[in-house]
Design a binder for this molecule. Structure first.
Ligand code: FES
Length: 113
């Protein structure tokens, strides 16, 4: 369903998890499709991005987070701004999708469409 907010988890659970690691891959089902989402926490803020590099479809689960803002693809090194999904260095030119998130009642929600 378009514009549906999907619950990810409680903020307590996520904050505990993110004490150990900077990112988490989520496979979320919606309308018969599976979306692979990379959830990142940087500077106390959550960001959700498509878990697929726009250059050559590499998974981003082992991407490095540089300067708390730029995600570096593990395959060829393109960098993406986690605030926008925009490619900021070659070889990628196209952005990766950034998904809206909202916090409500101590829960984190995502919107996939
Ligand atoms: S697949 Fe990511 S930079 Fe090439």
């Amino acid at each position: 369903m378009r514009n549906e907010w999907i619950k990810i988890a409680s903020l307590d659970e996520l904050n505990t998890y993110f004490q150990e690691t900077p990112s988490l891959v989520l496979d979320i089902e919606q309308d018969g499709s599976t979306f692979s989402v990379l959830l990142i926490k940087a500077d106390g803020e959550f960001h959700a991005l498509e878990n697929r590099c726009s250059h050559d479809n590499a998974g981003m689960e082992t991407a490095k987070l540089l300067d708390g803002r730029f995600l570096q693809c593990p395959r060829h090194g393109a960098k993406f701004d986690i605030h926008s999904g925009n490619a900021v260095s070659m070889p990628a030119k196209a952005p990766i999708k950034k998904y809206p998130l909202k916090e409500e009642d101590a829960l984190l929600f995502i919107q996939l469409n």
